[in-house]
Design a binder for this molecule. Sequence first.
Ligand SMILES: [Zn+2]
Length: 489
Amino acid sequence: MERFLLPFLLTTLLFGCVSGQKSGRQLFNHYLEYKEPSVINRRFKHSDLVAFLQKKEGTLDIQKAGQSVEGRDIYKVTIGNGPVKVLLWSQMHGDEPTATMAIMDILNFFSTSDKFDAFRKRIKKRLTLVFIPMLNPDGAEKFQRRNAMDFDLNRDAARVQMPEAYLLKSTQHELSPEWGFNLHDQSRYYSAGHTGKLATISFLAPAFNYEKDINEGRANAMKLIGILSNALEQFIPGQIAKYNDDFEPRAFGDNIQKWGTNTILIESGGEKGDREKQRIRQLNFVTLLTAFEAIANRVYENTTVTKYESLPFNRGNAFHDLLIRQVFIPKGKDWVISDIAFRLKEKHLSSACKNFYLEGSIADIGDLSTYYGYEELDARGLYCFKGKPAPKSIKTEEQFLNLNVTNLWKEGITDLMVSDKVYKKYIHQKLPFALMRGDKPGDYQLLIGKNPGLYLKNKERIAYVVINAHLYEVPKSKITVRNWLQNNN
Ligand SMILES: [Zn+2]
């Protein structure tokens, strides 16, 4: 008896009394069983997607749907054969790959058999899901927003001159889906309104005219977003926002809404400790599967747009990577209180655009009390000084690795003049000092755009240093560069 009853009970428990929250938790908890292991950071390429899809051949309906400007194949994957059609497209901006990773996980989810079988069966029976993962493979190759001709595909929905845009528009017209999911990444510096929380996921039911009218389709999209927000809140409380709802006549979301598909924009933003967006990928997985379930059960019909309307709007550029609050900075012979904000930029390490290093700079200075930091320091009572260069230059790697970080920091030394060889070998790593060489002198000004080493002192001693937009507490015991690198890279 147990053998038959248990799956039935489980299914009923998981999905019978659907609240979205409960099934969201179940999907979240079992996520690792479906996570595609061949892709574990954002800079994967078209070839990685192709290799993944080749593994799925035979288990999923995969077709070539078209080609990019540079001739890369763009694929269409279909799941289910139900009456309600759902079209999903990801990465029309090449450097916005989070949802593509989640789609791979979802394809893994649908090509297995396990305790979620009843869930899968229901979705496949009621829905026809059509995925277009990585609509802009040429952009992904260079990890850039635009396609190979530098067109922003999301501004080509009206003229439709690019093959990638044509593919999306013609797929929408042929399929005429009831639902559409427009999957993007947004800046990791957006906050959810003025709450001081990151906008980790932002939604939008795009407008289809300048008046932002709400017809039945747009209202349905708003209702479904309400359900998805409720399901996500348990994982990212307060970190859900609404994208700018101004009508953009050249964008796809807005037009697809106009063409009669209930369209939902999902933007993956930032999350602390998740630069590679692997947790946000997991949230995308949960969000989309929750959406399929809600569409299949038509539960959105029993809800209102109130939840959607209550979501705070994105607030642009509200976050910085590091925010030092209320520190004294020198003003002639006097002091003033200032906040100092640093940002980190990702710089490609090679033309293959697979790897990157982080380059910091001061993004803002002054009263930044309305801004927030991924990392923050309440520096009241501390005095900020520009770091000093070490008196002697470093000739060999051995000399460099044996340096006593603790002692140098205690003296306020943040910059080292090093040999060419040491510079080249270490410059792109996370380091306890800013490296200089003959043609690259240090950056000493406490001004926007500069990247000075800093030290923060209280009455007795130097308590912190800032190197390349990272804040470090001066340790009590001796640490060499060698130890430091082992602990920090
Ligand atoms: Zn985008």
